[in-house]
Design a protein around this ligand. Structure first.
Ligand code: EPU
Length: 434
């Protein structure tokens, strides 16, 4: 297994570009099952999760080709309606197959995806939505069985105790676009990734009103056609780069960063006193300055609130910003696996319920061997390593490779010292003991 060695405290300089958005691309891949015609998906990030979704579609019977590194051509002429456990368990986003299978095959058997390190991730709202469309839904032997032969439009309230559901909305929209009648979804998620999926469906001939709002009205059509569609850039990756520049006090231009998608993060960075400017619709420049930041409090919320997927990275920035800040998780109350690892690097953070109480320091963090747990926690540790003194060794980087395309290569382009090495290169305890 590989590890990353990051030799920190190097100033970054130059331009870095965010790739296509993983969380837009995965449901968009699933949506290609809605038609027997060819869909060409451009700007798909080259990530293990995306390649895995390609394999899933192939396993269901689709013809899947990659004419170029970030372009996929998918033709789902004849497909099966069963997605088995040994495939689905490897990636939670496989649950997005449910909606298209219901719409196209009028039946689906999809294994429940199972546990996740960031906390419980139920799909009760997905199933409630399908029931409201007249589907018969049963959970048995670890599978969701859906019989949709009598499905029809319906009125669905999709909000839960943590707000709207992103993949739940994606599933229900994909189910409704080819279900006869009118479906109205209230408390729909309006994340840019959901908007992107809706745009792709519109380009295939779907009828959806209210795209980008919390109330969607969908008129089911008999069939959808093929499309050529370009996935949006990854706002979470772009946001991670902005935070990397802030914490290394560097001058960096981030391309593929749409300010419109990053409003909540930019608002907090402004409040923290970061000098940044929006140079174009998709480029933001950060001019980090030593000692210029002050702490901010944050609560993660569904879009357009502060995204949970850049909570860990902000936690890292606040741990090196002198003063007290409180970061509260409202989406995944247990998503703080990065905290014990940041503590190993010298951060002063206490967890109280769903909040991290951070006493930011004026001295830098110090490099240490750390363990990546989930995707965003891993990114937070890489960023911490960039700003820390000495070497940080990030283990289990397969988490990073699920969601950040060529992160080490991109950071090297800014002058960062980041190497991908076999774990046998890691210093043994006796090499580092004082
Ligand atoms: N929830 C329910 N019932 C449901 C569905 C969700 O109670 O049926 C709860 C969840 O437990 C959570 C909250 O509602 O507390 C929000 O969950 P949501 O369904 O919106 O999350 P998701 O669709 O499973 C997507 C992203 C996540 C991102 C969340 C929140 C994809 C593939 N995943 O997950 O991305 O954190 O939305 O924005 O789109 C990541 O990229 O690292 C990642 C975890």
């Amino acid at each position: 297994m590989d590890v990353l060695r990051i030799t920190g405290s190097q100033p970054l300089e130059g331009t870095i570009t965010a790739s296509g958005a993983k969380n837009a691309c995965l449901p968009i891949f699933a949506a290609t099952l809605l038609t027997g015609e060819t869909c060409v998906i451009e700007n798909a990030p080259d990530l293990s999760d995306v390649r895995f979704m390609g394999k899933l579609l192939e396993a269901l019977g689709a013809e899947v080709e990659r004419p170029a590194p970030n372009t996929w051509r998918i033709t789902a002429k004849e497909i099966a309606h069963r997605a088995p456990y040994d495939l689905v368990r490897k990636m939670r986003a496989s649950v997005c197959l449910l909606g298209p299978l219901v719409a196209r095959m009028k039946q689906a058997e999809v294994s429940l995806p199972g546990g996740c390190v960031i906390g419980p991730r139920p799909i009760d709202l997905h199933l409630k939505g399908l029931s409201k469309l007249g589907c018969e839904v049963e959970v048995k032997n670890g599978y969701v069985f859906v019989d949709a032969k009598n499905a029809h439009g319906g009125h669905v309230f999709l909000g839960g105790r943590h707000g709207s559901t992103v993949t739940g909305t994606a599933n229900l929209v994909m189910a409704a676009v080819m279900t006869p009648g009118i479906t109205r979804i209230e408390s729909a998620a309006c994340e840019p990734e959901v908007v992107d999926l809706c745009k792709m469906l519109l380009s295939m001939g779907a009828k959806i009103d209210g795209v980008g709002s919390h109330a969607l009205t969908i008129e089911g059509v008999e069939r959808l056609g093929g499309t050529t569609f370009r996935v949006i850039n990854d706002r979470i990756e772009a946001g991670s780069f902005l935070l990397a520049a802030a914490m290394t006090e560097s001058n960096v231009r981030v391309e593929g960063a749409e300010a419109e998608h990053l409003a909540a993060l930019l608002d907090k960075l402004e409040e923290a006193g970061l000098d940044y400017s929006i140079e174009s619709a998709d480029a933001i420049r950060v001019r980090g300055k030593p000692g210029s930041l002050k702490p901010v409090d944050i609560i993660t919320l569904p879009h357009p609130g502060y995204p949970t997927d850049v909570q860990a990275q902000m936690c890292t920035l606040m741990s090196m910003t002198p003063g007290l800040s409180i970061i509260t998780e409202r989406i995944y109350p247990n998503r703080f696996m990065h905290v014990p690892e940041l503590q190993r690097m010298g951060a002063d953070i206490a967890i109280e319920g769903a909040s991290a109480i951070i006493k930011g320091k004026s001295s830098p963090l110090s490099g240490a061997p750390v363990m990546a747990s989930d995707l965003r926690a891993s990114a937070a540790l890489v960023l911490a390593g960039l700003a820390a003194t000495g070497d940080t060794w990030v283990q289990r980087i397969y988490h990073l490779d699920r969601g950040y395309e060529k992160l080490d290569e991109k950071l090297r382009g800014l002058g960062a010292k980041v190497e991908r090495l076999p774990d046998s290169e890691m210093p043994k305890d006796e090499d580092t003991a004082a």
